[in-house]
Design a protein around this ligand. Structure first.
Ligand SMILES: *[C@@H]1O[C@H](CO)[C@@H](O)[C@H](O)[C@H]1NC(C)=O
Ligand SMILES: *[C@@H]1O[C@H](CO)[C@@H](O)[C@H](O)[C@H]1NC(C)=O
Ligand SMILES: *[C@@H]1O[C@H](CO)[C@@H](O)[C@H](O)[C@H]1NC(C)=O
Length: 401
């Protein structure tokens, strides 16, 4: 008798008939047993078939075809075989339906799986990245800026551009003055008093650098002057102020130095900064109204530790500084003032915009040539229209991570 195989194609069953050999009654029980065994293995495979492969489906198709052929050969005279074969036929049908369903799902399964995998990998990567940044920015420092408390003009020179600073990473009382946006003469004063009183004793020490700087983004950190080499678009020089030699140099990656960092600071292409976490560079990213890119630099090796694309725009910006791992960008509409911090970027995401008060600077007629934070005395050193200014700050504790 012909075994009905519901669910399998009638065309298949009919066409198989052509290949059927003459009935071989003696072999029937052995064959049914064999079919059972093979089918069991396949069924087990099917259970695990969450990641169904094309090869497996093809194998099953071929096997179910073979089963149809074999079943067709069987002469179902005895009731023993009859129920066994009926049972088998049902299982074949069920398996067939499952296979069809699996194949139907297969494409989307793989898609979902690979999406899930990508998502999982991405989340893992982000977690690792997050941990790396947390370790990197793990200084004992948890202040955030609350306001500009006061302004003090400590000195006046005639120059629009320039920078002045103390060593942001040592206890040295020395004050450095770098006049102009392209020069190689550094003035070193013994202390702030000598700087303010000028030309009186002790006279400043004059240091002639072997290379000129560009812009007003220089910093002094742990006895080294870091500055943008004027002859290059993105080279940062590390100059040993004690030995008076170039200690090291690096090329700041990420398209640094191709455009002005801040729209209203017309000579600075790379700005440097120091905070409680160490040395940073700020440059503007690609595009006409580029966003600022923040890079953490290891001052010993001059290696790039990490880089962030910030949401803060270069347009209408005039300066920026870092305080306790957070970038504060100073904007002045049309370069006229008022000067206010309207964009901050926190790589750790602990400070939210809504936590920040209205951060506005005392009124100044022109934009700043530079504003740098000094983590030692926790105040800002700024240059505005030839005035060397100290801004005292008001801070408060950040929320715990
Ligand atoms: C199906 O039968 C053919 C011929 O008997 C054999 O070569 C093939 O391996 C069988 N396929 C499966 C999946 O059992
Ligand atoms: C941060 O440093 C402290 C000790 O200085 C340490 O206990 C803590 O585990 C560090 N945290 C991270 C995220 O590295
Ligand atoms: C460089 O600065 C010094 C004083 O700091 C000044 O005398 C000199 O003219 C400047 N050179 C240029 C090319 O601006």
């Amino acid at each position: 008798m012909m075994v009905a195989l519901p669910g399998t194609s009638a065309v298949l069953v009919l066409s198989l008939a052509a290949f059927l050999p003459p009935p071989q009654r003696a072999q029937d029980p052995a064959m049914v047993h064999y079919i059972y065994q093979r089918f069991q293995v396949l069924e087990q495979g099917l259970e695990k078939c969450t990641q169904a492969t094309r090869a497996y489906i093809q194998d099953f198709r071929e096997f179910s075809k073979n089963i149809s052929i074999m079943l067709g050969r069987c002469q179902m005279d005895t009731s023993d075989y009859k129920s066994a074969v009926n049972n088998l036929a049902m299982r074949v049908e069920r398996a067939q339906r499952e296979i069809d369903y699996l194949e139907y799902l297969r494409e989307s399964d793989i898609c979902i799986e690979s999406e899930e995998k990508t998502l999982a990998e991405k989340l893992l990567q982000e977690a690792e990245e997050d941990q790396k940044v947390r370790t990197l920015l793990n200084a004992s420092c948890n202040n955030m800026l609350m306001g500009i408390k006061s302004l003090k003009i400590v000195k006046k020179t005639m120059d629009t551009d320039g920078s002045w600073m103390k060593d942001a990473g040592s206890e040295s009382a020395k004050v450095y003055l770098l006049i102009g946006s392209r020069n190689n003469t550094v003035w070193e004063f013994a202390n702030l008093r000598a700087f303010m009183e000028d030309s009186t004793k002790p006279a400043p020490r004059k240091l002639i650098l072997p290379l000129s700087w560009k812009g007003s983004g220089q910093v002094v950190y742990k006895g080294f002057l870091f500055f943008h080499n004027q002859a290059t678009s993105n080279e940062i020089i590390k100059y040993n102020l004690q030995k008076r030699t170039v200690e090291d140099r690096m090329l700041l990656p990420g398209g640094a130095g191709r455009a002005l960092v801040y729209q209203h600071s017309l000579s600075t292409y790379i700005d440097l900064a120091v905070d409680e976490h160490g040395l940073w560079a700020i440059h503007s990213g690609p595009g006409i109204q580029g966003h600022l890119v923040l890079t953490k630099i290891e001052p010993g090796t001059l290696g790039v530790e990490h880089s962030w694309d910030t949401p803060c725009r270069s347009q209408d910006a005039e300066a920026s500084f870092l305080l306790c791992g957070v970038l504060y960008v100073v904007y002045s509409s049309g370069g006229q003032g008022p000067h206010r911090i309207t964009c901050t970027y926190d790589p750790l995401g602990t400070i939210r915009e809504e936590d920040l008060p209205n951060l506005i600077f005392p009124r100044r007629p022109r934009t700043h040539s530079m504003i740098h934070y000094n983590p030692r005395d926790k105040q800002l050193y700024a240059w505005n229209e030839g005035n060397q200014i100290i801004y005292k700050l008001q801070t408060k504790r950040k929320l715990p991570l």
